[in-house]
Ligand binder design. Structure first.
Ligand SMILES: NC(=O)c1ccc[n+]([C@@H]2O[C@H](COP(=O)([O-])OP(=O)(O)OC[C@H]3O[C@@H](n4cnc5c(N)ncnc54)[C@H](OP(=O)(O)O)[C@@H]3O)[C@@H](O)[C@H]2O)c1
Length: 317
């Protein structure tokens, strides 16, 4: 029997939000969750959610998982290693082609539809030099070379992850960055909901779409929000690249210097305006205004003045 939606990354933050929209709005026979680990089967099946193993490092698992699927959510993997990601994503695309993911758009009966979760550096454009965007641009290129129907969903930078984007820890007295700029930071749970609604809506074949909040915020403004909301006196300082790397050699989260070298390209992109682009699609899909970055950050810090984000710490995945 054909499965209408397969949600990879269902154990992760974004995939879990996509799945929870389906659980609340669609019959259970229409969707299944996927993870790279068989051990995760029970947690889904106990809730009445069908489960498939899809490990991007194991092409045979992908071939089996993608059988008779109409709409495949392709969650980009979480590694910062561009080459590793490229290989995993190529395996995914090869398997999707081989398995003939079935028609998402009723009028295109022989088409397949892959919904790829990309990133919003550079808006919908191809020019971002941000290191983190490179694997996404490569993946879009790989999909273009196939006859798959695909939509690349450029997901806004997670507002939830603001601590890692600005190197802020609850103990920080200063935030030092090599640049500042506007970022349309977007709530991950709302990105998940909008992604699910987009898949249900269908269309956008071989297109890039952009999901973002409708406002931007700068890093210096975020420091002001931290200070106002948590009664701190954190300073914001723009430093040159060398000083940035010297400060980060002693990173509280234990991230390696290579991470911060790559991050310099992110900040150059942010300073050039690569993350300030706002698109109305997310509001249209949600049927309401997305939560603004300021509102979201205030909310996180009011709930927990020592708010943290796991990717700020080398040993927390
Ligand atoms: N827009 C942003 O600001 C931003 C920020 C951070 C990350 N991201 C990107 O968005 C993606 C989703 O974000 P998230 O917050 O949901 O990340 P997350 O919570 O870290 O989840 C990552 C997901 O990737 C899956 N995964 C990891 N290795 C895999 C493999 N070999 N095969 C199949 N699945 C694998 C994991 O599932 P299992 O371990 O169960 O297989 C997990 O469900 C991330 O992976 C990353 O590419 C975007």
């Amino acid at each position: 029997m054909t499965l209408k939606y397969l949600i990879t990354g269902a154990t992760g933050g974004l995939g879990a939000s996509v799945l929870s929209y389906f659980v609340a709005n669609l019959p259970a026979s229409e969707y299944a969750a996927a993870s790279s680990k068989e051990a995760n089967r029970k947690q889904f099946e106990d809730q009445g959610i069908a489960f498939r193993v899809a490990d991007y490092d194991d092409p045979s698992s992908l071939k089996t998982a993608f059988q008779d699927v109409e709409n495949l959510l392709f969650v980009s993997t979480s590694t910062f290693d561009v080459e590793k990601r490229r290989k995993q994503h190529q395996s995914f695309i090869n398997a999707a082609q081989e398995a003939k993911v079935q028609h998402a758009i009723p009028s295109l009966t022989s088409a397949s539809q892959v919904w790829y979760t990309s990133l919003a550096f550079g808006g919908k454009g191809p020019d971002s030099k941000a290191d983190v965007q490179q694997a996404h641009l490569l993946t879009e290129e790989m999909m273009r070379k196939t006859d798959l129907n695909f939509t690349s969903i450029r997901e806004g930078l997670y507002v939830d992850a603001f601590p890692v984007f600005m190197g802020w820890y609850p103990s920080s007295s200063t935030v030092c960055l090599p640049a500042d700029g506007k970022v349309a930071f977007t709530l991950r749970a709302e990105l998940g909901e909008a992604t699910a609604r987009l898949m249900v809506r269908g269309g956008y074949d071989r297109e890039i779409v952009l999901l973002t909040a409708q406002e931007t915020v700068t890093f210096s403004e975020i420091v002001d929000i931290i200070n106002e909301t948590t009664d701190r006196q954190v300073q914001f300082k723009i430093v040159d690249k060398e000083e940035f790397l010297t400060v980060k050699a002693d990173d509280e989260g234990g991230k390696p210097v290579a991470f911060f070298k790559a991050l310099i390209l992110w900040y150059e992109g942010i300073a050039k305006g690569e993350t300030c682009i706002i698109d109305p699609l997310m509001e249209d899909l949600l049927g309401r205004k997305p939560v603004s970055p300021r509102e979201a950050i205030r909310g996180f810090l009011k709930e927990n003045r020592n708010y943290e984000w796991h990717q700020n710490y080398a040993n927390r995945g």
